[in-house]
Write a protein that binds this ligand. Structure first.
Ligand code: FAD
Length: 460
């Protein structure tokens, strides 16, 4: 990614009197000092507790947890089970799809992300026996544990959309950035659409999904490319959401809705993508509508498109449900999310299992930002359990979603379980209910190094 572009933007901001270089560096230094202080405090005293800890999944949650635990315990015995060669910084997929990052800006070799002193079993977990404290893998046999951290992320359930599969992503100009290859295919298609104009169909999905903001970001970046090309009068964009609202965090929703209105992008609510006909370029949605008498009915929508961006329904990986670790009732049961206590992150039935990250059935937004705030809670509670104590540290549901609204602007949404804004210092000094350049800087230049260099290393 071009350093030059960063320099150019910083110069533009200096010229416009928005921030000086000195102020920007001061802002970064203050943020760095806070990180360092917090880290030092967190690891001041190591626990002498001994236990075998197996971590299932070496993504954002699993690797960061291993790093933290390694620092928190004097004699750690940690095994991570994960089959991947590459470790992806998934928030960067949006920026690949929008042409800001190149394809190789978002990954490192998994072996380079593994914390030292941690055993890595490069395999897939097929079943957990929570009453026996044992996990089975596909090829490497079984592993006994005293405590387990369940962090295998989500499964994309392709069977729930007719007409397109993982292998055919991009066919018929139907794209998804929720995959590394898909993100790479999105950028040229988005550029072509912005140049030529046409009908653009964008949607999210009706299940809980990672980063609720990402499908919106792609629609807004597409529009911004058309603006740059001078073709906004030749595009006809439409956004279909599975939710009852475009966004459900009141502090940020009004501005986001306003942006869609300003750009003439109508938003249809409660729409489920059922099928894509990639040959005739048609998307089929079921929309739930409430009739005058209060009853609900399903309206069929057929949306013709020239360029489409979609999301696949998401659920917990199969072994979670098959191992009896999922919710069995309530809204989180259908998709098999792990039955976690939303405050302590401890499994509701098995107190020696901590549920972390996207797989956890808790009512937060599935983001790595949320994981960053879950990690100190999960670590403290796990160590306490290892010492024979109670898990009494609580997670408040913090999540963040930097919604890229255009090149150079981001609406940085930070909130908790109650959907109240939880703006991180020093951004809290600014009115963050609107899109900001400083949040763009953070998104494009700040968050990736924070992820790889601090979060995965257990330092943030
Ligand atoms: C397009 C996109 C944009 C996003 N944008 C943002 C953003 O702007 N901000 C933000 O904070 N977050 C964002 N996210 C979300 C963020 O990337 C995820 O919340 C985060 O990666 C989840 O971490 P995790 O460890 O729970 O899962 P993952 O990081 O997905 O890791 C799961 C790991 O488990 C492993 N695994 C799976 N099944 C098994 C098994 N059976 N056995 C062993 N291992 C297994 C996988 O190989 C993987 O390594 C975005 C995600 C996407 C896709």
């Amino acid at each position: 990614m071009a350093e030059l572009e960063f320099e150019k933007q910083l110069r533009r901001m200096e010229r416009d009197g928005i921030i000086t270089r000195k102020q920007f560096l001061q802002l970064m230094a203050v943020a760095g000092a806070f990180v360092a202080l917090g880290t030092e405090k967190a690891y001041a005293a190591k626990s002498n507790a001994r236990a075998r800890v197996v971590i299932v999944g070496g993504g954002a949650a699993g690797i960061s947890m291993a790093s933290r635990l390694r620092r928190a315990v004097a004699e750690p015995d940690i095994t991570i089970i994960d089959p991947s060669d590459k470790h992806f910084y998934q928030p960067g997929f949006t920026l690949i799809g929008g042409g800001v990052y190149g394809k190789d800006d978002v990954w490192k070799r998994q072996e380079d992300c593994m914390p030292s002193g941690v055993k890595w079993i490069k395999d897939v977990v097929t079943l957990v026996h929570p009453t026996l404290n044992r996990v089975d893998t596909a090829r490497s046999g079984s592993f006994d544990y005293d405590f387990m951290v369940l962090a295998p992320g989500v499964k994309y359930d392709w069977s729930r959309i007719e007409g397109i599969t993982y292998q055919t992503i991009g066919e018929g100009n139907a794209h998804t950035i929720y995959d590394w290859r898909g993100a790479q295919l999105t950028w040229p298609a988005m550029q072509e659409f912005a140049r030529k104009g046409g009908r653009g169909v964008f949607c999210d999905t009706y299940t809980k999904h990672k980063c609720g903001g990402a499908p919106k970001k792609i629609s807004l970046l597409t529009w911004d490319n058309a603006r740059k090309e001078g073709t906004t009068d030749r595009i006809d964009m439409h956004y279909y959401t599975g939710s009852k609202q475009l966004y459900d965090v009141p502090h940020f929703t009004p501005r986001l809705e306003e942006i869609y209105r300003e750009r003439n992008i109508p938003v249809d609510m409660r729409c489920k993508l059922r099928a894509i006909d990639t040959h005739d370029k048609k998307a089929y949605f079921d929309q739930t509508v409430t009739l005058a008498d209060g009853t609900e009915s399903v309206k069929k929508i057929v949306a013709e498109y020239d360029f489409m961006h979609f999301l696949v329904p998401q659920c917990a990986p199969d072994f979670v449900r098959e191992s009896g670790l999922s919710w069995t009732e309530g809204s989180l049961a259908a998709d098999g999310w792990a039955m976690a206590d939303k405050e302590t992150l401890v499994h509701k039935t098995y107190p020696n299992i901590i549920c972390l990250g996207d797989c956890a059935g808790i009512p937060t937004s599935k983001t790595s930002a949320a994981i960053r705030k879950q990690l100190p809670v999960a670590t403290a509670n796990l160590v306490s359990l290892m010492e024979g104590g109670a898990p009494d540290v609580k997670y408040n549901g913090y999540a963040a979603c930097p919604i890229v609204t255009e090149y150079g602007k981001v609406l940085m949404c930070e909130f908790d379980y109650d959907k109240k804004p939880q703006i991180t210092f020093p951004l809290s000094l600014i009115d963050m209910s609107r899109e900001r350049w400083v949040a763009w800087l953070l998104k494009v230049y700040g968050l990736k190094p924070i992820y790889f260099e601090l979060m995965l290393r257990g330092l943030y």
